[in-house]
Design a protein around this ligand. Structure first.
Ligand code: GUN
Ligand code: ZN
Length: 448
């Protein structure tokens, strides 16, 4: 088993981009950190120093240094909402949320009772994430405990920081996918004890959404959160109009969709809600007050025809809500957070509020880390954080090379222009290498 404590000191020399503040609330000069010739020093999987090569070179004359010239090194991307069990049904034609769940999702999730199937898909899924530069994700498994074991075994084998949980569903789903409040409690508790803080793994209590859990089951989820206060709550919220209407019928005494979760004790600072497309103003305010997070899933919201997430309302001065980007595969159409950022830009264009590349890349890195409350561990190159980072090639294709001719960038404006090109034009071909806890875990150049 790999651990964080088995690596000699090493350096990476390249151009670096990360965030030290939130560009939604401060100007680029105070939130973006760009070092055109920098040195990242890593030991035992952790960043021990970071700065300009010129300033640091004399301190590290005897360490091995890997140089990536003409590249841009960034913190690994963080996907704040994705379903590993939907790997095989990405790009399923023609339906909106509720029909899509019945027609495609539930039948495919049934297969995860079989641990060998779950292990096979977990391996494909985790390798795909790495290939796309995603080093951490908040992940839905299925209702089966076996699916959680298979996922965490695969993540642990790759030494990844991943968050996952067993799905809770006790109604409005096929019987082959339902549990009960009692089994939800027992199985979740066992899985928390087995996996939470095992290596780099963290657990999320995962009721699918208000439609597929009785109030009794939601309350069980709340009870678990009280028993294990540092565990996450991960669910879907206000994605689609028909869904919101059905929730209102199922919970006639609630003030609204978020209130259903609130009454069960599920809205807190470690709660992550996917979508939030149909939220009311009062619900945005409540999320802000509770310090809960929203996962903005643009490719999914477009693919299922759910609507346009109001990112500028979430990032308001008065009632700020933590936001990360989510691919939401299989409703999302790409594993790439660069591609997801591209679609986020278009979603915001349709609202007359274009999203700068710096803001989008913030959401994919430090913003995602804040949404998942792991900004003390990941999200930028601050010494003491875990050394998960990616090497991007802005010249990965002839088209990109032409668009981004001179690199490294000479100023912040120049960089903004170049990384916008990256965000609009690139895919996994631009992810040249991925390091996990300081070790090369994926490379386009080397056969590992
Ligand atoms: N709402 C409840 N379940 C799901 C799911 O699997 N995907 C999406 N996008 N929304 C959901
Ligand atoms: Zn989802």
């Amino acid at each position: 088993m790999q651990t964080l404590a088995d690596q000699p000191i090493q350096g990476i020399r390249s151009a670096f981009l990360d965030f030290v503040g939130d560009p939604f609330y401060t100007d680029d000069a105070s939130s973006v950190r760009y070092i055109s010739d920098g040195l990242l020093v890593v030991e035992n999987g952790v960043i021990v120093d970071f700065g300009s090569y010129e300033n640091l070179r004399n301190h590290y004359t005897n360490i091995p240094i890997t140089t990536y010239s003409n590249n841009l090194v960034m913190p690994g991307f963080i996907d704040t909402h994705i379903h590993y069990s939907q790997y095989e049904i990405i790009a399923a034609y023609g339906e909106q949320l509720l029909e899509w769940l019945n027609k495609y999702v539930f039948p495919t999730e049934k297969k995860f009772k079989d641990k060998s199937h779950a292990k096979k898909i977990a391996a494909l899924f985790l390798d795909e994430l790495l290939k796309q530069g995603t080093t951490t994700a908040l992940v839905f498994a299925t209702v089966h405990a076996e699916s959680v074991d298979a996922f965490f075994e695969g993540a642990s084998h790759r030494n990844l920081r991943m968050i996952c949980g067993k799905v809770l569903m006790d109604r409005n789903a096929p019987s082959y996918l339902t549990d009960t409040p009692e089994t939800a409690y027992e199985e979740t508790k066992k899985l928390i004890q087995k996996w939470h803080n095992h290596n780099r793994l963290l657990y999320a209590i995962t009721p699918r959404f208000a439609i597929t859990s009785t109030n009794e089951q939601l309350k069980i989820a709340g009870k678990l959160l009280q028993e294990f206060p540092d565990i996450y709550l991960h669910t879907h919220l206000s994605e689609n109009i028909q869904e919101v209407q059905w929730v209102a019928k199922l919970f006639p005494n609630s003030l609204g969709y978020l209130d259903v979760y609130d009454r069960a004790g599920l809205v807190g600072k470690k709660s992550v809600f996917a979508h939030g497309v149909q939220l009311t103003d009062a619900e945005f305010e409540r999320l802000s007050e509770a310090k809960a997070a929203i996962s903005f899933c643009p490719t999914s919201n477009l693919f299922l025809g759910s609507g346009l997430f109001r990112l500028s309302q979430a990032k308001s001065n008065q009632h700020p809500v933590k936001v990360g980007l989510g691919t939401d595969v299989g409703a999302g159409t790409s594993f790439s957070l660069l591609h997801t950022a591209n679609e986020a830009y278009k979603v915001m264009q349709l609202q007359g509020k274009p999203l700068s590349a710096f803001k989008a890349l913030f959401l994919a890195t430090l913003g995602g880390a804040q949404a998942l409350s792991i900004e003390d561990k990941l999200g930028n190159f601050e010494p003491g954080k875990e050394a998960d980072f990616i090497v991007l090639d802005l010249h990965a294709t002839p088209l990109m090379a032409n668009r981004t001719s001179r690199f490294p960038a000479q100023s912040l404006e120049d960089l903004a222009e170049k990384v916008f090109g990256l965000m609009m034009l690139s895919d996994d071909r631009a992810v040249q290498a991925v390091y996990i806890a300081g070790k090369l875990a994926h490379s386009l150049a080397t056969v590992l």
